[in-house]
Design a protein. Structure first.
Length: 434
């Protein structure tokens, strides 16, 4: 292990200030893929320059896209829906589940073959959820045990898609939407539980017609995507760490500006408010067919909560930091229906359970649930399991820990939030890298 990958965090003074959090990860991926498939030139502002999203830029360049980066702006010369070229090498999705799943939807409908893979973590994650529905509409994909690497034999004449949600996953839905764009005829989609609709919103931003009706929508393939500039709001999944930090550290008040508050992403705010959190959202406006607003969170006395069901997909990436809020709340919280958490960058139920127990919190889990009893966080040494959100969640726990908290192997934070430590330090937190 190289040095500088472990973080030591000490108990913090009140956190006070305004923060600018980097752009939304989900929208950053989508803006590159759809931008390259559009007709015309566009500029993406507040793009998230992180390992995951940079992997998407590299992948699309490998497929012939014309993408230039100047400071935090990305310029794309879109060449149209069927403009991609056969890659010269295997496409590397790195650590990114969003990239491999979304891009496979595009690659399945091309007139060339390709292979896409990723790092050791990504190679363990389930891909059957995209491979099976793609095969049903005529795609030709080979993968051992439904895991990466995926060998895709491009099929330009796929049949229209009839999607009936099996797992509540925006990645699966978006993979199939991206295929449907290339398929002549009407594809239809039904979600029992609605998930983030950034792909649909961005398509509409590019003038692509989608017929939405409650939990269903349909679209006709092979329409034109008309290039248009995109301004990306800050990522609520990254803001979440500072929102919870402000709630649990005595005397804190943090405001975070221009955060994307898409209604399928704000489950954490709803749940924290039910726990007694003082959170205000102001200056709500629409940008690039998405809602953004300023979020202010003040230190609050939190109570335990029980959640399950529809709210889960709307805070799926925020569950680890919600568990830290539960550890700082009074009483025993129960969060159920979260088996999906076992298939993320790590088995996040296992990683959080082990870490919380290590720092003195009483916690029990089942295959799809966790119970956390609020208490004193003692400190100690925990593993990040090479997972960015586990590392950042425990860094926030360190702010209220009696003794210092050491988090091992935190280099993965750069997959989604490279400026995380810098922002903590700007708020006056003592962070040591060893
Ligand atoms: C994402 C959807 C979610 C989320 C991931 C990003 C997306 O995954 O966990 O970090 O951009 O569509 P699932 O759709 O698999 O739940």
């Amino acid at each position: 292990m190289s040095s500088q990958n472990n973080l030591i965090i000490n108990k913090s003074k009140p956190l006070i200030g305004n923060l600018k959090i980097p752009g939304d990860k989900s929208i950053s991926h989508r803006s590159i893929i759809l931008g390259a498939l559009s007709d015309g030139e566009l500029t993406i502002s507040n793009f998230l320059s992180s390992d995951d999203c940079n992997a998407t830029i590299n992948a699309m360049r490998e497929l012939g896209a014309d993408i230039t980066i100047i400071d935090d702006q990305v310029h794309i010369k879109g060449k149209g829906l069927f403009s991609l070229k056969k890659p010269k090498q295997i496409i590397d999705a790195g650590n990114s589940g969003t990239l491999i799943r979304l891009l496979t939807g595009v690659l399945a409908a091309q007139d060339f073959d390709s292979v896409i893979t990723g790092d050791d973590t990504l190679k363990k994650r389930p891909m059957g959820r995209i491979i099976k529905p793609l095969i049903l509409c005529g795609a030709n994909i080979e993968a051992s045990e439904y895991k990466a690497p995926l060998s895709i034999c491009g099929t330009p004449s796929l049949n229209p898609i009839e999607y009936n949600q099996d797992v509540a996953s925006a990645q699966v839905k978006s993979c199939l939407i991206l295929s449907a764009l290339h398929i002549s005829g009407q594809s239809s989609f039904y979600e029992e539980i609605q998930t983030r609709d950034h792909t649909e919103n961005l398509l509409e931003h590019f003038g692509y017609e989608i017929y939405r009706d409650g939990n269903s929508f349909s679209l006709k393939g092979r329409q034109k995507l008309i290039a248009k500039d995109i301004l990306i709001g800050s990522d609520i999944s990254s803001a979440a760490f500072f929102i919870v930090a402000s709630l649990i550290v005595n005397g804190s008040c943090i405001e975070i500006r221009s955060v994307n508050i898409n209604k399928f992403r704000t489950g954490l705010i709803t749940v924290l408010r039910k726990m007694g959190a003082d959170i205000e959202i102001t200056d709500v406006k629409e940008v690039s067919n998405e809602l953004i607003g300023n979020i202010k969170a003040r230190h609050s006395k939190l109570r335990c909560i029980e959640i399950k069901g529809e709210v889960i997909p709307s805070l799926i990436d925020e569950l680890p930091i919600l568990f830290i809020a539960c550890a700082a709340a009074s009483g025993t919280s129960k969060i159920s229906g979260i088996e999906e958490l076992r298939y993320k960058e790590s088995d996040r139920i296992m990683a959080m359970e082990n870490g919380l127990r290590e720092i003195g919190i009483v916690v029990h889990s089942s295959k799809d649930s966790i119970e956390i009893t609020g208490g004193k966080i003692t400190g100690g040494k925990i593993s990040s399991y090479d997972d960015h959100r586990i590392a950042m969640s425990f860094a926030i726990a360190g702010l209220i820990s009696q003794h210092s908290l050491t988090i091992m192997n935190t280099q993965n934070i750069s997959t989604s939030f490279p400026s995380f430590v810098t922002l903590l330090r700007e708020l006056g937190v003592e962070v040591f890298e060893v």
